[in-house]
Design a protein around this ligand. Structure first.
Ligand code: NDP
Ligand code: ISN
Length: 284
């Protein structure tokens, strides 16, 4: 038994780990490396399909308890059942991110697991308009800005008291390459996604003193109902992708690993970053 403790440096002898056999500590370190998000709670909006679902699945596979949400109960039920079949720790609730009452219900549901929240991933986004930016009605502007830009900030303000007491918390927003290369006829959407790049930077400096990191995933064209749907698929960008990119559209899973990394302790010194996952770089 003495041999097991031999390599514990003198400085750690009074530390709690010193009484745990070395082999057990090594095993649990290896287990933690495989499940870097163990004992963490993640709230993910817009997570019943597409990019949000892939992120939910990956965070849960990496050990987090994940709270799934979207507007439609049947979508929530289906997503939760699918992930539970995999043996993952998930719960779910309806949350239209534009509705304050739904956001509060999401917060309450998340707190049921262990009384706090570690990660907020804001995936929900909409685009109800293909057409002229200046022709967009005030209602369209309000809808796109409410859901895409205001709701992540408002949900975060509701969750903040429950995140700041945890330590190591982080937020991931979801923008789009449309923020860098405006997609024709999607002007209001492009604008909302550009605003998220700024929101990420502003929140990052505001929350840094509380130890909460804020980063932003910036996907390119990803094969989902939304990404390849009539409302968002542009004629130009597939061509651009062929010329400059990795010669394929992205899969939702291409966006999942980076979000898990951003939530993990390995990203503990990364905040305020807008990270492009597009198969090409739209920046100089
Ligand atoms: N796919 C792509 O090419 C790209 C996507 N993005 C961004 O990624 C995000 C996800 O898109 P993607 O996965 O493609 O879309 P999907 O259509 O595949 O999934 C959208 C998800 O969001 C939910 N949702 C929609 N509106 C709301 C709302 N108001 N409140 C809460 N949940 C909502 C949907 O469920 P329900 O219907 O039940 O609400 C669904 O779970 C969006 O923000 C989008 O702008 C960015 C760049 C490229
Ligand atoms: O949803 C989207 N579909 C897209 C297609 C091309 C560029 C950006 C986007 C989106 O943000």
């Amino acid at each position: 038994m003495a041999a097991m403790f031999r390599s514990v440096p003198q400085i750690f002898r009074g530390h709690q780990f010193a009484s745990v056999p070395l082999s057990a500590r090594m095993f649990s370190k290896r287990a933690d490396e495989k499940r870097p998000l163990a004992d963490k709670v993640a709230v993910i909006t817009g997570s019943t399909k597409g990019i949000g679902f892939a992120i939910a699945q990956r965070l849960a596979q990496n050990g987090a308890h994940v709270v799934i949400s979207s507007r439609k109960q049947q979508n929530v039920d289906r997503a939760v059942a699918t992930l539970k079949e995999e043996g993952l720790s998930v719960t779910g609730t309806v949350c239209h991110v534009g509705k304050a009452k739904d956001r509060q219900h999401l917060v309450d549901t998340a707190l049921e697991h262990s009384g706090g929240v570690d990660f907020l991933v804001c995936v929900a986004g909409v685009n109800p308009l293909v057409g002229s930016t200046l022709g967009a009605s005030e209602q369209i502007w309000d809808k796109i800005l409410d859901v895409n830009v205001k709701s992540p900030a408002l949900l975060l303000s509701q969750l903040l008291p429950h995140m700041e007491k945890r330590g190591g918390s982080c937020v991931v927003l979801v923008s789009s390459v449309a923020a860098y290369i405006p997609v024709p006829k999607l002007g209001v959407y492009n604008t909302s996604k550009a605003a998220l790049l700024g929101l990420c930077k502003s929140l990052a400096i505001e929350l840094a003193p509380k130890g909460i990191r804020v980063n932003c995933l910036v996907p390119g064209i990803i094969k989902t109902d939304f990404g390849l749907g009539e409302k968002t698929v542009p004629n130009l960008l597939p061509e651009l992708n062929k010329i400059y990119g990795l010669q394929r559209f992205g899969e939702p899973e291409d966006c999942a690993g980076i979000v898990s990394f951003l939530c993990s302790p390995d990203a503990r010194y990364i905040t305020g970053e807008n990270i492009i996952v597009a198969g090409f770089s739209p920046k100089l």
